[in-house]
Design a binder for this molecule. Structure first.
Ligand code: NAD
Ligand code: UDX
Length: 472
């Protein structure tokens, strides 16, 4: 295959959906079909209400759907029609058997490989878009080779093309990527397949931003990129603990350190811990990979990223409990934000789940407000770390932040939604139980304004005692 005309993407999730939509938008000459075994999701992609919220997504879907962009539940047929197939299915942390809690579960990737083998009768380029461990392409290839052995008109090349988009900014990340990474086999056929995919991206990505490597470098780079990003957050969160103990201010430290161009100022925002479906899963996958190759010291090094993240969530919950006089039992606490970051409704691995769980252990009454996350999702997620009975007894979901804060003893900020900065905190304070506290886990509110309104304010990475004694 030298020129790609038909693409099928298997997996209509946070990555497969937006990526396919962008390709269809930028390449009107390519017919793009997105398939999924979840028929309801496909129906939603074909409806007015898309299954995911991502700024800018809806407009492009409306522009391309039915022209060169299609959503279908007929996986087999769409596979056979395509010259190039993206595998964009989930690879969650395995929750059973060998590698439980650490290794990625590759059963969906394997199942798609078998579906491709069973439904193809023409040559195809297979592209790993999912994040996978190093050497996953080898397993896919071995499965496809079996099909080739029974049908001489079949031929497959397997490429690695990891995705670097972040949720909430996916459309912009896809339109202007820092780089596109494509790994392939170092053979004449491998180079041809790589070039065919380079030609697709070249429709909108400058050639100097398209990096080609061998397959294993590409697979590994994705895990390493996420480990480095997560490591920066764990580093600044570790520093936030030092700041709280000493009176240094984490934002001042991050600014001073980040001004060194070798370090850079991005991704140094202290927080209640990183969430999202990728960082924890991919760091664990890297740790497991190291262990598989008997690189225990390297594995321990990367595992520290996860340990600090767990520590940060627990540390923040402990601050809330101790500053609320060591008892939150039956006290109303307003939780502002449940998504793992702003501008998404995604709650996977959100720190809000863990902090919520810690507070429920202490029998706190939670009133949760999030601008995008539906009530049933909040209840479901908290039910997994607590129990459904406890959730129905202790958790309320509010549709208005002022309502959420009414009669509460404290407000806990867990997502950095912009609208949280715009509320009338003076008005909120009046309706709360006194003393009223705010715990800012995202460092988005102005401390002085809140203090003037009457709040006790606790922010990650600033001294706990407001009048710190410099000469104890
Ligand atoms: P997701 O859960 O949102 O979507 C995956 C989809 O694949 C689901 O809709 C599921 O029904 C479908 N699926 C699973 N097995 C299938 C099969 N055999 N046939 C047809 N459909 C099948 O997952 P996601 O967030 O889009 O992540 C996909 C991959 O991309 C993961 O490996 C992830 O690590 C990686 N990734 C995710 C992000 C992100 O921000 N979410 C960013 C970069 C990379
Ligand atoms: C991440 C990677 O950024 C992306 O390249 C990869 O493809 C998928 O994983 P995502 O998880 O969607 O993307 O969002 P990201 O912006 O990276 O945020 C992850 C978490 O880290 C969020 O909970 C966020 O609030 C937190 N974070 C981020 C911080 O706590 N501090 C920061 O400085 C940056």
């Amino acid at each position: 295959i030298e020129k790609v005309e038909k693409i099928t993407c298997v997996g209509a999730g946070y990555v497969g959906g937006p990526t396919s939509v962008m390709i269809a938008h930028k390449c009107p000459h390519i017919r793009v079909t997105v398939v999924d075994m979840n028929e309801e999701k496909i129906q939603q992609w074909n409806s007015e209400k898309l299954p995911i919220f991502e700024p800018g997504l809806e407009a492009i879907v409306k522009e391309c759907r039915g022209k060169n962009l299609f959503f279908s539940a007929d996986v087999g047929k769409s596979i056979n029609e395509a010259d190039l197939i993206f595998i964009s299915v989930n690879t969650p942390t395995k929750m059973y058997g060998r590698g439980k809690g650490m290794a990625p579960d590759l059963k969906y990737v394997e199942s798609v490989s078998r579906t491709i083998a069973a439904n193809s009768d023409s040559p195809k380029i297979i592209v790993e878009k999912s994040t996978v461990p190093v050497k996953a392409a080898q397993s896919i290839k071995t499965i496809l080779k079996e099909a080739q052995a029974h049908n001489s008109s079949l031929y497959f090349q397997v490429l690695s093309n990891p995705e670097f988009l972040a949720e909430g900014t996916a459309m912009n990340d896809l339109a202007n990527p820092d780089r596109v990474l494509i790994g392939g086999e170092d053979t004449a056929d491998g180079h041809k397949a790589v070039q065919a995919l380079v030609d697709v991206y070249s429709n909108w990505v400058p050639t100097e931003r398209i990096i080609t490597t061998n397959t294993w470098s590409s697979e590994l780079s994705k895990l390493v990129a996420n480990a480095f990003l997560a490591q920066r957050i764990s580093s600044i969160n570790a520093v936030s603990a030092i700041c709280e103990a000493t009176g240094a201010d984490v934002q001042e430290v991050a600014h001073a350190v980040g001004c060194d161009t070798r370090i850079g100022n991005k991704f140094l925002q202290a927080s209640v811990g990183f969430g999202g479906s990728c960082f924890q899963k991919d760091v664990k996958s890297l740790v497991y990979l190291c262990e598989t190759y008997n690189l225990q010291t390297v594995a321990n090094y990367f595992h520290g990223i996860i340990e600090i993240n767990d520590y940060q969530r627990r540390r923040f919950s402990d601050t809330i409990i101790s500053e609320m006089f060591n008892t939150v039992s039956n006290k109303k606490i307003a939780i502002f934000g449940f998504a793992f970051k702003k501008n998404t409704a995604d709650t996977r691995e959100s720190s809000a789940i863990h902090v919520g769980g810690h507070l429920l252990e202490e029998h706190a009454e939670l009133v949760v407000y999030d601008p995008k996350v539906p009530e049933e999702v909040i209840r479901h997620e908290l039910g997994l770390v607590s129990s459904p009975e406890k959730v129905s007894k202790l958790v309320t979901v509010a549709s208005d932040p002022y309502e959420a804060a009414k009669d509460a003893h404290s407000i806990v900020i867990l997502t950095e939604w912009d609208e949280f900065k715009t509320y009338d905190y003076g008005r909120i304070f009046e309706t709360m139980k006194k003393p009223a506290s705010i715990f800012d886990g995202r460092l988005i509110l102005d401390r002085k304004t809140l203090q003037t309104a009457g709040f006790r304010v606790f922010t990650i990475g600033t001294a706990k005692t407001q009048s710190l004694n410099l000469f104890p």
